[in-house]
Design a protein around this ligand. Structure first.
Ligand SMILES: C[S@@+](CC[C@H](N)C(=O)[O-])C[C@H]1O[C@@H](n2cnc3c(N)ncnc32)[C@H](O)[C@@H]1O
Ligand SMILES: [Zn+2]
Length: 171
C-alpha cells in the first residue's frame, strides 16, 4: 500500500507527522506503539524529567502506560492541537488483558495531502497548576482558538461505561 503519512519537521514543535495523500474522514492511520510500563515503572523511570513537558508516554489504561521511547513507531511524533484533525481511540483487548489494549490514531475529518496530523493529548496533571507548569506545557499549535496550554482541567470521577471506542488520553 502507498505510504499515507510520514514524519518531518513541524511548525508546531520538533518533528510532526504529515499526510502524504488526501485521506478520508474516519481512516485508521496508525497504532501508537511502544513498550508497556506500569504507572509505577514510568514514574520511577521518568522521575527527573518533568521540567521540559516533553513526553513520549501515553496513558493506556489504569495499569499501563505506552512508552514510545522503546519499540515506538512514527505515531510518537504526532503533535497536539487545540483544533485537532485526528483522535486517539482506545481499543480494549477482547480477552480483557490490559497489556494488550491498543491506541489507534484516526482521522476525525478529511485530511488534505500536506496537512499535519494532530490530536488532543488531553493531558491532566494531578498537581496544582502553577504558572511554571503552564509555561512548561504551553501549546504552540497555532490554531485560531488555541487555549495556550496542552493541559486539561482535572477530571471529576466518572462512571466507567462499556463503550467499545473511547477517546484515549496521552498522559
Ligand atoms: C510525542 S512528542 C511529539 C513529537 C515532538 N514534536 C518531537 O519532536 O519530539 C510530544 C511532545 O511534543 C511537544 N509538543 C507536541 N505538541 C505541542 C504543541 N501543540 N505545543 C507545544 N509543544 C508540543 C511537547 O513537548 C510534547 O511533550
Ligand atoms: Zn493550542
Amino acid at each position: 500500500m502507498t505510504r499515507r503519512i510520514a514524519a518531518r519537521r513541524s511548525p508546531i514543535h520538533g518533528n510532526g507527522v504529515f499526510a502524504l495523500v488526501d485521506i478520508p474522514k474516519g481512516t485508521e492511520l496508525i497504532e501508537y506503539r511502544g513498550k508497556r510500563l506500569t504507572h509505577a515503572q514510568a514514574d520511577r523511570l521518568y522521575a527527573n524529567t518533568s521540567e521540559t513537558g516533553h513526553t513520549f508516554l501515553f496513558t493506556l489504561n489504569d495499569r499501563y502506560v505506552i512508552d514510545a521511547n522503546f519499540e515506538g513507531n512514527i505515531a510518537r511524533w504526532i503533535n497536539h492541537s487545540c483544533a485537532p484533525n485526528c483522535r486517539a481511540v482506545l481499543e480494549e483487548d477482547a480477552g480483557g488483558d490490559a497489556r494488550k489494549d491498543r491506541v489507534l490514531i484516526e482521522a476525525t475529518r478529511a485530511l488534505r495531502a500536506g496537512e499535519e496530523l494532530t490530536y488532543d493529548y488531553g493531558i491532566v496533571l494531578e498537581e496544582r497548576l502553577t504558572s511554571k507548569l503552564k509555561q512548561i506545557w504551553a501549546c504552540r499549535c497555532g490554531a485560531p482558538k488555541c487555549v495556550g496550554t496542552m493541559l486539561k482541567p482535572k477530571r471529576k470521577p466518572v462512571a466507567k461505561t462499556a463503550a467499545k471506542k473511547k477517546v484515549a488520553r496521552k498522559a
